[in-house]
Design a protein around this ligand. Structure first.
Ligand code: FES
Length: 101
């Protein structure tokens, strides 16, 4: 995937997430520890935007609809009802700007 600008580092508060501008299929997360991760936006259980509405717990994202959990580093589904991993993308930070590729 070509590199895409996501936001400035300070635009995304720790413990929050967003949908990548211009590409609503990718979610960008910033953990409470300040690390950035990017995955597919749609929960693999049913249709739900993880970038718009999800809970971060450490390096895991929890879908609020049926409580499936995913590892943000690998995309792996950690519990039912989800069994399919989220796609993951590389996040690059340069000069205070966040890019996904
Ligand atoms: S839609 Fe995410 S757990 Fe069901």
């Amino acid at each position: 995937m070509p590199r895409r600008f996501a936001c400035k580092v300070d635009d995304l508060e720790p413990g929050t997430s967003m949908v990548l501008p211009g590409d609503d299929s990718i979610a960008l997360f910033r953990t409470e520890a300040g690390e950035f991760f990017a995955t597919g936006d749609t929960c693999t259980h049913e249709e739900w935007s993880l970038g718009e509405d999800s809970d971060l717990e450490g390096d895991e994202v929890v879908c609020p609809l049926h409580m499936a959990r995913f590892d943000l580093r690998t995309g792996k589904a950690l519990c039912l009802p989800a069994t399919i991993a989220l796609q993951t993308y590389t996040v690059v930070i340069e000069d205070g700007q966040v890019f996904v590729e």
